[in-house]
Ligand binder design. Structure first.
Ligand code: AMP
Length: 132
């Protein structure tokens, strides 16, 4: 079993609600969502955070853009926050680089409401995001 939880998800060793992927990165729903559809985009290779080298943000950027569009068209989000915590003092808890893609809705706007409460189940959100 891989020690890093996100490497284990990428390897299919532990379950996750995967919502998109490409050759460089995988996107899955955050287990403790701040908003309905809150997702994490993680590079396939293990690297501790997005500042650890000059390539990792680029490896994730296409999937972040794709997922942001999907969150708007399929979940009805009107905006997104793109956040990455790099380092303990930034609040990073999982040391495999990841980018939070957080859909935002018109009824709860602004940075002060970023960490809200999700109302839909992860299953429902995944189904909507994977629908044609
Ligand atoms: P950070 O504070 O930026 O390191 O955020 C780590 C995020 O990973 C948190 O929002 C957690 O809820 C999320 N998380 C941790 N373990 C899992 C998991 N197994 N599946 C999905 N999300 C996870």
């Amino acid at each position: 079993m891989t020690e890093c939880v996100f490497c284990a998800i990428i390897a299919g060793e532990i379950p996750a609600k995967i919502v998109a992927s490409d050759d460089n990165a995988v996107a899955f729903l955050d287990l403790a969502p701040w908003q309905d559809g809150h997702s994490l985009v993680v590079p396939r290779r293990h690297i501790p955070d997005v500042l650890a080298d000059g390539e990792v943000l680029q490896e994730c950027s296409a999937l972040v853009a794709h997922l942001g569009q999907q969150l708007m068209t399929k979940l009805g989000a009107s905006a997104c926050n793109i956040v990455s915590n790099a380092g303990v003092d930034a609040g990073q808890e999982v040391f495999h680089a990841h980018i939070h893609v957080v859909p935002r809705y018109a009824d709860s706007p602004g940075l002060s409401n970023l960490k809200g409460e999700a109302s839909r189940s992860l299953e429902e959100v995944q189904e909507k995001l994977l629908s044609e």
